[in-house]
Design a protein around this ligand. Structure first.
Ligand SMILES: C[S@@+](CC[C@H](N)C(=O)[O-])C[C@H]1O[C@@H](n2cnc3c(N)ncnc32)[C@H](O)[C@@H]1O
Length: 326
Protein backbone atom coordinates (compact mmCIF):
# COMPACT_ATOMS: atom_id res chain seq x y z
CA UNK A 1 0.00 0.00 0.00
CA UNK A 2 1.66 3.27 -1.08
CA UNK A 3 1.42 6.88 0.16
CA UNK A 4 -1.16 8.01 -2.40
CA UNK A 5 -3.39 4.97 -1.89
CA UNK A 6 -3.47 5.73 1.86
CA UNK A 7 -4.36 9.36 1.18
CA UNK A 8 -7.05 8.25 -1.23
CA UNK A 9 -8.63 5.95 1.38
CA UNK A 10 -8.48 8.60 4.10
CA UNK A 11 -10.09 11.27 1.90
CA UNK A 12 -12.66 8.95 0.29
CA UNK A 13 -15.45 10.45 2.37
CA UNK A 14 -15.60 13.65 0.30
CA UNK A 15 -17.54 12.29 -2.66
CA UNK A 16 -19.81 10.24 -0.41
CA UNK A 17 -20.63 13.34 1.64
CA UNK A 18 -21.37 15.48 -1.44
CA UNK A 19 -23.69 12.82 -2.87
CA UNK A 20 -25.49 12.24 0.46
CA UNK A 21 -26.00 15.99 0.98
CA UNK A 22 -27.47 16.15 -2.53
CA UNK A 23 -29.82 13.33 -1.54
CA UNK A 24 -30.79 14.99 1.76
CA UNK A 25 -31.59 18.24 -0.06
CA UNK A 26 -33.26 16.32 -2.94
CA UNK A 27 -31.27 18.41 -5.42
CA UNK A 28 -31.28 15.72 -8.10
CA UNK A 29 -35.07 15.54 -8.30
CA UNK A 30 -35.30 19.34 -8.42
CA UNK A 31 -32.78 19.62 -11.24
CA UNK A 32 -34.09 16.68 -13.22
CA UNK A 33 -37.34 18.55 -13.80
CA UNK A 34 -35.85 21.87 -14.95
CA UNK A 35 -32.50 23.57 -15.32
CA UNK A 36 -31.92 26.41 -12.86
CA UNK A 37 -29.33 29.03 -12.02
CA UNK A 38 -27.72 29.43 -8.61
CA UNK A 39 -30.14 32.07 -7.33
CA UNK A 40 -33.20 30.03 -8.33
CA UNK A 41 -31.77 26.93 -6.65
CA UNK A 42 -30.96 28.80 -3.42
CA UNK A 43 -34.50 30.16 -3.35
CA UNK A 44 -35.96 26.67 -3.77
CA UNK A 45 -33.63 25.09 -1.16
CA UNK A 46 -33.66 28.06 1.26
CA UNK A 47 -29.88 27.75 1.15
CA UNK A 48 -26.87 30.05 1.36
CA UNK A 49 -25.32 31.13 -1.94
CA UNK A 50 -21.58 30.50 -1.49
CA UNK A 51 -21.99 27.04 0.05
CA UNK A 52 -24.62 26.05 -2.50
CA UNK A 53 -22.35 27.08 -5.35
CA UNK A 54 -19.40 25.02 -4.04
CA UNK A 55 -21.68 22.04 -3.56
CA UNK A 56 -23.24 22.29 -7.04
CA UNK A 57 -19.88 22.75 -8.74
CA UNK A 58 -18.44 19.73 -6.93
CA UNK A 59 -21.48 17.75 -8.09
CA UNK A 60 -20.72 18.85 -11.66
CA UNK A 61 -17.10 17.76 -11.25
CA UNK A 62 -18.42 14.38 -10.08
CA UNK A 63 -20.72 14.22 -13.15
CA UNK A 64 -23.85 14.12 -10.99
CA UNK A 65 -24.92 17.49 -12.44
CA UNK A 66 -24.17 19.36 -15.65
CA UNK A 67 -23.59 23.13 -15.87
CA UNK A 68 -24.17 25.18 -19.04
CA UNK A 69 -24.13 28.96 -19.20
CA UNK A 70 -24.62 29.22 -15.44
CA UNK A 71 -27.58 26.81 -15.32
CA UNK A 72 -27.45 23.46 -13.56
CA UNK A 73 -29.31 20.24 -14.35
CA UNK A 74 -29.08 16.63 -13.20
CA UNK A 75 -26.94 14.51 -15.53
CA UNK A 76 -29.17 12.44 -17.76
CA UNK A 77 -27.44 9.18 -16.83
CA UNK A 78 -28.16 9.54 -13.07
CA UNK A 79 -31.79 10.74 -13.40
CA UNK A 80 -33.23 7.17 -13.26
CA UNK A 81 -31.42 6.57 -9.94
CA UNK A 82 -31.40 9.96 -8.20
CA UNK A 83 -34.71 11.58 -9.11
CA UNK A 84 -37.60 10.54 -6.90
CA UNK A 85 -39.55 9.87 -10.11
CA UNK A 86 -36.71 7.79 -11.62
CA UNK A 87 -37.37 4.25 -12.84
CA UNK A 88 -34.73 2.76 -10.49
CA UNK A 89 -34.87 5.37 -7.75
CA UNK A 90 -32.11 4.77 -5.15
CA UNK A 91 -33.09 7.68 -2.89
CA UNK A 92 -34.56 5.61 -0.01
CA UNK A 93 -31.37 3.54 0.15
CA UNK A 94 -29.15 6.61 0.03
CA UNK A 95 -31.26 8.31 2.73
CA UNK A 96 -30.61 5.23 4.83
CA UNK A 97 -26.86 5.59 4.09
CA UNK A 98 -27.07 9.25 5.15
CA UNK A 99 -28.45 8.04 8.51
CA UNK A 100 -25.62 5.50 8.77
CA UNK A 101 -23.07 8.29 8.23
CA UNK A 102 -23.82 9.67 11.72
CA UNK A 103 -23.28 6.28 13.32
CA UNK A 104 -20.03 5.57 11.47
CA UNK A 105 -18.63 8.93 12.62
CA UNK A 106 -18.71 7.57 16.19
CA UNK A 107 -16.59 4.52 15.35
CA UNK A 108 -13.45 5.61 17.23
CA UNK A 109 -15.42 6.25 20.43
CA UNK A 110 -17.26 2.95 20.05
CA UNK A 111 -13.99 1.05 19.67
CA UNK A 112 -12.78 2.77 22.86
CA UNK A 113 -15.83 1.39 24.63
CA UNK A 114 -18.44 4.12 24.31
CA UNK A 115 -21.91 2.65 24.34
CA UNK A 116 -24.34 4.22 21.93
CA UNK A 117 -28.09 4.14 21.97
CA UNK A 118 -29.35 2.04 19.16
CA UNK A 119 -32.91 2.28 18.04
CA UNK A 120 -34.33 -1.08 16.96
CA UNK A 121 -36.16 -1.04 13.65
CA UNK A 122 -39.59 -0.65 15.29
CA UNK A 123 -38.46 2.48 17.16
CA UNK A 124 -37.15 4.34 14.11
CA UNK A 125 -39.13 7.40 13.06
CA UNK A 126 -41.66 6.50 10.40
CA UNK A 127 -39.59 8.40 7.79
CA UNK A 128 -36.41 6.53 8.74
CA UNK A 129 -38.21 3.19 8.73
CA UNK A 130 -39.73 3.85 5.32
CA UNK A 131 -36.30 4.88 3.97
CA UNK A 132 -34.80 1.66 5.36
CA UNK A 133 -37.54 -0.70 4.11
CA UNK A 134 -37.91 0.87 0.67
CA UNK A 135 -34.11 1.05 0.47
CA UNK A 136 -33.99 -2.71 1.05
CA UNK A 137 -36.57 -3.09 -1.70
CA UNK A 138 -34.41 -1.16 -4.19
CA UNK A 139 -31.38 -3.31 -3.35
CA UNK A 140 -33.34 -6.56 -3.34
CA UNK A 141 -34.99 -5.77 -6.68
CA UNK A 142 -31.57 -5.70 -8.34
CA UNK A 143 -30.05 -8.58 -6.41
CA UNK A 144 -32.91 -11.07 -6.13
CA UNK A 145 -33.42 -12.12 -9.74
CA UNK A 146 -29.81 -13.05 -10.61
CA UNK A 147 -29.42 -14.75 -7.24
CA UNK A 148 -32.60 -16.83 -7.59
CA UNK A 149 -31.65 -17.69 -11.16
CA UNK A 150 -28.40 -19.17 -9.84
CA UNK A 151 -30.30 -21.06 -7.12
CA UNK A 152 -32.79 -22.52 -9.64
CA UNK A 153 -36.39 -23.50 -9.02
CA UNK A 154 -37.53 -25.10 -5.75
CA UNK A 155 -40.04 -27.91 -5.15
CA UNK A 156 -41.56 -26.30 -2.03
CA UNK A 157 -45.13 -25.12 -1.58
CA UNK A 158 -45.29 -22.96 1.55
CA UNK A 159 -42.62 -20.37 2.20
CA UNK A 160 -42.11 -18.23 5.30
CA UNK A 161 -40.12 -15.08 4.55
CA UNK A 162 -38.75 -14.22 8.01
CA UNK A 163 -38.05 -10.49 8.28
CA UNK A 164 -39.38 -10.32 4.75
CA UNK A 165 -39.63 -6.49 4.72
CA UNK A 166 -41.85 -5.34 1.83
CA UNK A 167 -41.79 -8.79 0.20
CA UNK A 168 -39.33 -8.28 -2.67
CA UNK A 169 -37.82 -11.76 -2.28
CA UNK A 170 -41.25 -13.38 -1.80
CA UNK A 171 -42.33 -11.91 -5.13
CA UNK A 172 -39.10 -13.01 -6.84
CA UNK A 173 -39.45 -16.59 -5.52
CA UNK A 174 -43.09 -16.80 -6.65
CA UNK A 175 -42.22 -15.42 -10.07
CA UNK A 176 -40.03 -18.42 -10.82
CA UNK A 177 -41.89 -20.93 -8.61
CA UNK A 178 -45.58 -20.31 -9.32
CA UNK A 179 -46.63 -23.18 -6.99
CA UNK A 180 -45.31 -21.23 -3.96
CA UNK A 181 -47.51 -19.51 -1.40
CA UNK A 182 -45.55 -17.05 0.77
CA UNK A 183 -46.06 -15.52 4.20
CA UNK A 184 -44.14 -12.38 5.11
CA UNK A 185 -43.27 -12.24 8.82
CA UNK A 186 -42.22 -8.81 10.05
CA UNK A 187 -42.85 -6.07 12.63
CA UNK A 188 -46.20 -4.23 12.61
CA UNK A 189 -45.13 -0.97 10.89
CA UNK A 190 -43.15 -2.91 8.29
CA UNK A 191 -46.12 -5.14 7.45
CA UNK A 192 -48.11 -1.95 6.81
CA UNK A 193 -45.44 -0.79 4.33
CA UNK A 194 -45.44 -4.27 2.72
CA UNK A 195 -49.24 -4.29 2.32
CA UNK A 196 -49.12 -0.87 0.69
CA UNK A 197 -46.31 -1.80 -1.71
CA UNK A 198 -47.80 -5.17 -2.65
CA UNK A 199 -51.38 -4.03 -3.20
CA UNK A 200 -50.79 -3.87 -6.98
CA UNK A 201 -48.38 -6.81 -7.17
CA UNK A 202 -49.27 -9.52 -9.73
CA UNK A 203 -48.54 -12.00 -6.91
CA UNK A 204 -50.67 -10.37 -4.21
CA UNK A 205 -53.04 -13.38 -4.00
CA UNK A 206 -50.11 -15.68 -3.25
CA UNK A 207 -48.72 -13.60 -0.39
CA UNK A 208 -50.07 -13.18 3.10
CA UNK A 209 -48.77 -11.41 6.17
CA UNK A 210 -47.97 -12.33 9.75
CA UNK A 211 -47.22 -9.60 12.27
CA UNK A 212 -44.67 -10.49 14.93
CA UNK A 213 -41.38 -9.82 16.63
CA UNK A 214 -38.96 -12.72 16.22
CA UNK A 215 -37.18 -11.81 19.47
CA UNK A 216 -40.41 -12.21 21.48
CA UNK A 217 -42.89 -14.25 19.45
CA UNK A 218 -42.90 -17.74 17.95
CA UNK A 219 -43.01 -17.95 14.16
CA UNK A 220 -46.15 -19.35 12.50
CA UNK A 221 -45.69 -23.05 11.63
CA UNK A 222 -46.48 -25.57 8.88
CA UNK A 223 -43.96 -24.42 6.24
CA UNK A 224 -41.70 -26.55 4.05
CA UNK A 225 -39.39 -23.64 3.17
CA UNK A 226 -38.00 -20.78 5.28
CA UNK A 227 -36.12 -17.83 3.79
CA UNK A 228 -33.96 -15.89 6.25
CA UNK A 229 -32.41 -13.17 4.18
CA UNK A 230 -30.13 -10.40 5.48
CA UNK A 231 -31.25 -11.09 9.06
CA UNK A 232 -28.54 -13.02 10.88
CA UNK A 233 -26.04 -10.13 10.73
CA UNK A 234 -28.27 -7.98 12.96
CA UNK A 235 -28.04 -10.62 15.72
CA UNK A 236 -25.44 -11.93 18.14
CA UNK A 237 -24.74 -15.68 17.94
CA UNK A 238 -26.99 -16.25 20.98
CA UNK A 239 -29.85 -14.37 19.31
CA UNK A 240 -29.29 -16.41 16.15
CA UNK A 241 -29.49 -19.70 18.05
CA UNK A 242 -32.84 -18.56 19.51
CA UNK A 243 -34.06 -17.57 16.06
CA UNK A 244 -32.87 -20.84 14.47
CA UNK A 245 -34.81 -22.77 17.13
CA UNK A 246 -37.94 -20.83 16.16
CA UNK A 247 -37.23 -21.53 12.47
CA UNK A 248 -36.84 -25.24 13.29
CA UNK A 249 -40.23 -25.26 15.03
CA UNK A 250 -41.86 -23.41 12.11
CA UNK A 251 -40.73 -26.04 9.58
CA UNK A 252 -42.35 -29.36 8.78
CA UNK A 253 -40.13 -32.47 8.84
CA UNK A 254 -37.84 -32.50 5.78
CA UNK A 255 -38.41 -28.76 5.39
CA UNK A 256 -35.42 -26.57 4.58
CA UNK A 257 -34.07 -23.27 5.79
CA UNK A 258 -32.08 -21.03 3.44
CA UNK A 259 -29.96 -18.26 4.93
CA UNK A 260 -28.68 -15.42 2.74
CA UNK A 261 -25.91 -13.28 4.20
CA UNK A 262 -22.19 -12.60 4.18
CA UNK A 263 -20.19 -15.64 5.15
CA UNK A 264 -16.67 -14.88 6.34
CA UNK A 265 -13.42 -16.78 5.87
CA UNK A 266 -12.17 -18.59 8.98
CA UNK A 267 -9.87 -15.68 9.93
CA UNK A 268 -12.69 -13.18 9.21
CA UNK A 269 -10.63 -10.99 6.87
CA UNK A 270 -12.45 -11.82 3.67
CA UNK A 271 -14.55 -10.92 1.86
CA UNK A 272 -13.61 -7.27 2.49
CA UNK A 273 -17.27 -6.24 2.01
CA UNK A 274 -18.25 -8.59 4.85
CA UNK A 275 -15.51 -7.30 7.17
CA UNK A 276 -16.70 -3.72 6.57
CA UNK A 277 -20.32 -4.79 7.02
CA UNK A 278 -19.44 -6.16 10.46
CA UNK A 279 -18.52 -2.58 11.38
CA UNK A 280 -21.87 -1.40 10.05
CA UNK A 281 -23.44 -3.81 12.52
CA UNK A 282 -21.05 -2.76 15.30
CA UNK A 283 -22.20 0.85 15.02
CA UNK A 284 -25.82 0.02 14.29
CA UNK A 285 -26.85 -2.94 16.45
CA UNK A 286 -26.31 -4.22 19.99
CA UNK A 287 -24.63 -7.48 19.07
CA UNK A 288 -24.66 -8.01 15.31
CA UNK A 289 -21.78 -8.94 13.04
CA UNK A 290 -20.80 -11.21 10.18
CA UNK A 291 -20.10 -14.90 10.79
CA UNK A 292 -17.99 -17.74 9.46
CA UNK A 293 -19.49 -20.91 7.97
CA UNK A 294 -18.33 -22.91 11.01
CA UNK A 295 -20.08 -20.50 13.41
CA UNK A 296 -23.32 -20.58 11.43
CA UNK A 297 -23.18 -24.37 11.14
CA UNK A 298 -22.50 -24.83 14.85
CA UNK A 299 -25.43 -22.57 15.79
CA UNK A 300 -27.78 -24.29 13.32
CA UNK A 301 -26.77 -27.74 14.59
CA UNK A 302 -27.36 -26.56 18.15
CA UNK A 303 -30.90 -25.56 17.15
CA UNK A 304 -31.51 -29.05 15.68
CA UNK A 305 -30.72 -28.55 11.96
CA UNK A 306 -28.72 -31.14 10.01
CA UNK A 307 -26.94 -31.27 6.67
CA UNK A 308 -25.78 -27.64 6.76
CA UNK A 309 -24.04 -26.74 3.50
CA UNK A 310 -23.47 -23.97 0.99
CA UNK A 311 -26.06 -23.63 -1.79
CA UNK A 312 -23.96 -20.87 -3.35
CA UNK A 313 -20.90 -19.01 -2.17
CA UNK A 314 -20.38 -15.34 -3.14
CA UNK A 315 -18.32 -12.33 -2.12
CA UNK A 316 -21.22 -9.97 -1.40
CA UNK A 317 -24.31 -10.66 0.68
CA UNK A 318 -25.01 -13.36 -1.89
CA UNK A 319 -23.99 -16.51 -0.10
CA UNK A 320 -26.82 -18.93 0.63
CA UNK A 321 -26.55 -21.70 3.21
CA UNK A 322 -29.06 -24.55 3.39
CA UNK A 323 -29.99 -26.42 6.57
CA UNK A 324 -32.45 -29.31 6.80
CA UNK A 325 -34.94 -30.40 9.44
CA UNK A 326 -34.59 -34.17 9.07
C1 LIG B 1 -32.02 -6.01 6.47
S1 LIG B 1 -33.74 -6.17 6.32
C2 LIG B 1 -33.85 -7.57 5.26
C3 LIG B 1 -35.10 -7.57 4.44
C4 LIG B 1 -35.27 -8.73 3.47
N1 LIG B 1 -35.31 -10.00 4.14
C5 LIG B 1 -34.21 -8.71 2.40
O1 LIG B 1 -33.39 -9.62 2.34
O2 LIG B 1 -34.20 -7.77 1.58
C6 LIG B 1 -34.19 -6.82 7.92
C7 LIG B 1 -35.69 -7.09 8.05
O3 LIG B 1 -35.91 -7.74 9.31
C8 LIG B 1 -37.00 -7.13 9.95
N2 LIG B 1 -36.87 -7.29 11.41
C9 LIG B 1 -35.92 -6.75 12.19
N3 LIG B 1 -36.12 -7.09 13.49
C10 LIG B 1 -37.23 -7.87 13.49
C11 LIG B 1 -37.94 -8.52 14.53
N4 LIG B 1 -37.55 -8.42 15.79
N5 LIG B 1 -39.03 -9.25 14.20
C12 LIG B 1 -39.45 -9.33 12.90
N6 LIG B 1 -38.79 -8.73 11.86
C13 LIG B 1 -37.72 -8.01 12.17
C14 LIG B 1 -36.89 -5.67 9.54
O4 LIG B 1 -38.11 -4.98 9.74
C15 LIG B 1 -36.51 -5.82 8.08
O5 LIG B 1 -37.65 -5.98 7.27
Amino acid sequence: MDFSKLLEIAFNFREARVLLTGVELDIFTLLSEQEMDLQEICKELHSEERSTQYLLDAMCAMKLLEKKEGKYKTSTEVVPFLSKHGSECMLPMLEHYANLWHRWSQLTDIVKGKTITIKPVDQMSSDQLKAFILGMHVLALRASKPLLKKLGTVPYKKMLDVGGASGTYSEAFIEINPQLQATIFDLPPVIEIAKERLKDSPYKDKIDFYVGDFYKDELPSGYDFLWLSAIIHQNSREQNVDLYKKCFAALETRGVLWIRDYVMSEDRTSPKTGALFAINMLVGTQGGGTYTFEEIKEDLNYAGFKNVHFKIHGEQMDTVIEAVKE
